[in-house]
Design a protein around this ligand. Sequence first.
Ligand code: SAM
Length: 276
Amino acid sequence: MWDLDYESVREITAVLDSHGFAMSKKFGQNFLLPEPVRSRIADLAGDIRGKTVWEVGPGLGALTEQLIKRGAVLTCFEIDHGFAKILKEEAFFDEPLFSLVEGDALKTMKGISDHPYAIMGNLPYNVGSLIIADMIERAVLPEIMVFTLQKEVVDRMDAKPGNKDYSSFSVLCQLDYAPYCAFNIGRKNFFPEPNVDSAVVVMRKKDELHDIDRKAFSFLVRTLFSQRRKTVRNNLIPLTGKDRVDQVLDAAGINPGERAENLSLEDLLRLHGRLC
Ligand code: SAM
């Protein structure tokens, strides 16, 4: 492993300059600097020695080095070919437990049939939420996921019914996992400094999982939340037709005049059961 000081903006800039690279806003590139924060994030995954861990968006390896130190069997997914070259050829070329998949993780992760024990990443919020939703819909369900994301996204992930942040994404995140915000990270901890604060979310898999078609469930929930001010009944009509809607809601024990934002996970699962 190389000995780059990940806390030093001067050293990071020197590496990028020496390769003629610049940070890309397009890929949400902001490096997490303080070692205690990176170490705390890595610890949230628990004992990962000898276990398969995926890291999405390693950048120059700020979290990667922490995961390698803890003995993880690590596969990283990086979209930036410049960073990928540095990771493979300089930073971790001599690490037997490190491997790298280049390209858009949203596509490349689908090509791997093995499921990891843990997934970690410090990600731009749009990529982070798409990856989490995609994993859950495809029933790729690691024991634990630890993501550093924009604070507002984390607020949505653990929001409960009736809360303004409760959304279809909250429901999907809480289907198989119990997400919680481990701690917040102020924007000053990143280089370059982003316009938003971040938070670290931990998603631990529940003991008992629902045996359902997750894609169909996700579609139902998105449909119900598609127009938040409409009633459940009105949002459901495109799926059931007008003739069936009242019968389905009645069988599921749901008030037709209710809004999706007040329905619990159990309500939504019952409704899904009635539609199958
Ligand atoms: N992990 C590093 C750290 O904490 O300092 C870098 C984090 S930076 C916020 C996000 C990283 O995700 C960048 O390296 C970026 O190139 C990468 N990235 C963005 N979109 C991606 C995608 N769709 N697939 C894989 N990597 C992606």
